[in-house]
Ligand binder design. Structure first.
Ligand code: BG6
Length: 510
């Protein structure tokens, strides 16, 4: 049924928004369920699925954590989360589903706790019709992953028997560098086979990120231009106006390069640069994505200063409010050398992209929250018109968030007797075209994991290739003692980043 808008007019485009994907009955076990992620994202997203009729009728959630909470205390905490962070009408869905949510107290390494979990799950199979299917979600600090994986294997909970499924979703950070990612992949592999594993990167659950594939491969006009002959360079920006908030201690260990670039930005880069896959299946898509990463060579330490900039925010103003510097944040060392901004220039060395720089930047305490991909096209070979020198080259802008949409910048004749041209924009906005409220990225990803579709999850080789590239940059920073350069909160990062884009180019100021 097409959806009626507030004006009573039916939006025919919204018709495709209803989904026919239905998951089989299952129980979702969340390890580390008393943490922020469960309250802010996981349960509100499950209730979003429930509201849209996408949860299987046989469904249960088991919150597994160390704190001695009761079912009632757990549900009360989650109700608050749904109220605060859920989409509209999810509170009503929670009221309907809360009896299907239980709490299981245990240490992560205590075998008896897992034996008891198994019994509890069997009881839910009988009472809630979850039919022996399990999805495990590792939402603990990464240090607990190994113990959980070992116990899931030791108690047989990771095994798929009699046509029932057992899957594991692993939250980021997936390792701290290549060596730790390989070790973690080995631990995961000891308990689960690759097709049971879902490495989550919530950026892949965003509609606008998935739309990169739709734009490229669902249309005939873009793909012929999508290469080094026409594209001058590509800018991928993930800017946030928030600082590190309460996560200072975590951020000290990761820095922006591990927190955002190794995962979210590299994933977006692969979707922009990949070759057309032979099909939309999980392996066909990921085979092409990983080829992009393989085509990016590791940098030698001596190449790193010309290909990267590190920054750290000092005090300034953000969103009209005074903002303290990173070193004054809770949990951050007074002389910290962790970067809160990084910009890097990468080359995808294949036939399609040779010589076209991919410029990636991410930062905290920048002027505004914006994620975008800007495809900058080459200038026309010969300039015919007055003032054409001031014209900017064509840019195809994919606005991932907020103000989701796509726009194309091009030159147009200024009305009047002269033949003068000026930059104008052609604009598509998701909100205007499709209306409605879009689902949180975790909704899509939780549903996909329940369906066993891993297309939007990172495969082992992707994660490891992305770490190889990032490790080479971090090694250069360490060897050459490249310290982060200061920038004031509320500005676009250190001035040195301008040089990275190369002559005749500039970073967009969205
Ligand atoms: C997380 C990072 O993965 O992504 C955070 O750890 C960051 O530091 C967040 O704030 C940004 O996500 P989004 O969806 O708000 O762009």
């Amino acid at each position: 049924m097409a959806e009626a808008t507030k004006t009573g007019v039916t939006n025919p485009l919204a018709e495709e928004l209803s989904s026919s994907r239905h998951a089989k009955p299952c129980a979702l076990v969340i390890f580390g369920a008393t943490g922020d992620l469960t309250k802010r994202k996981l349960v509100p997203s499950l209730m979003g699925l429930a509201k849209d009729g996408l949860l299987p009728p046989g469904f249960a959630v088991v919150g597994f954590a160390r704190r001695p909470w009761t079912d009632a205390a757990f549900r009360a905490e989650l109700a608050e989360g749904v109220q605060q962070f859920g989409r509209s009408e999810t509170a009503a869905a929670f009221a309907q589903w809360q009896d299907a949510i239980v709490f299981h107290q245990s240490d992560f390494t205590d075998k008896a706790g897992y034996v008891a979990l198994k019994r509890r799950l069997e009881q839910l199979d009988r009472e809630r019709g979850t039919r022996g299917n399990r999805v495990y979600y590792l939402a603990t600090p990464p240090s607990a992953y190994s113990g959980i994986l070992q116990q899931l294997a030791a108690t047989g909970l990771s095994q798929e028997t009699g046509g029932q499924f057992a899957r594991v979703i692993v939250e980021k950070p997936f390792g701290h560098d290549l060596a730790t990612a390989v070790a973690l992949n080995d631990q995961v592999r000891a308990a689960f086979s690759e097709q049971q594993v879902f490495r989550i990167d919530h950026y892949l659950g965003k509609e606008t990120v998935q739309n990169i594939l739709a734009l490229r491969f669902g249309n005939g006009i873009f793909e012929p231009l999508w290469n080094e002959k026409f594209v001058d360079h590509v800018q991928i920006t993930v800017a946030e106006s928030i600082g590190v908030e309460a996560r200072g201690a975590y951020f000290e260990e990761s820095g922006i390069v591990r927190d955002m670039i190794q995962n979210h930005l590299m994933q977006v880069l692969t979707l922009v640069a990949m070759e057309p896959p032979v099909a939309l299946g999980a392996d066909a898509v990921r085979d092409e994505k990983v080829k992009v990463l393989r085509a990016i060579r590791s940098l030698a330490p001596a190449e790193v200063p010309a290909a990267s900039v590190r920054g750290q925010y000092g005090a300034g103003f953000c969103d009209g409010e005074p903002a303290k510097g990173y070193r004054q944040e809770d949990g951050v060392a007074a002389a910290s050398l962790t970067e809160t901004y990084a910009a890097i220039r990468l080359q995808v060395q294949n036939w399609r992209w040779a010589g076209t720089p991919f410029l990636l930047r991410a930062g905290k305490r920048l002027p505004r929250r914006v994620t975008e991909v800007a495809i900058h096209f080459k200038r026309p070979p010969h300039l015919l018109f007055d003032g054409a020198r001031e014209l900017q080259p064509n840019v195809l802008l994919l606005r991932i968030q907020p103000d989701e949409g796509i726009s194309l910048r091009f030159g147009s004749k200024v009305p009047g007797p002269d033949l003068r041209i000026r930059d104008v924009r052609m604009d598509f906005r998701y909100g205007a075209a499709f209306g409605g409220e879009s689902a949180d990225s975790y909704e899509r990803l939780l549903l996909d994991a329940m369906l066993g579709d891993s297309t939007l999850f990172a495969r082992r080789d992707e994660v490891e290739e992305a770490w190889r590239i990032i490790d080479s940059i971090v090694l250069g920073w360490q060897r050459l003692d490249m310290q982060p350069q200061p920038y004031a909160a509320g500005t676009w990062g250190p001035a040195a980043a301008e040089a990275l884009v190369g002559p005749g180019r500039a970073w967009r100021k969205p």
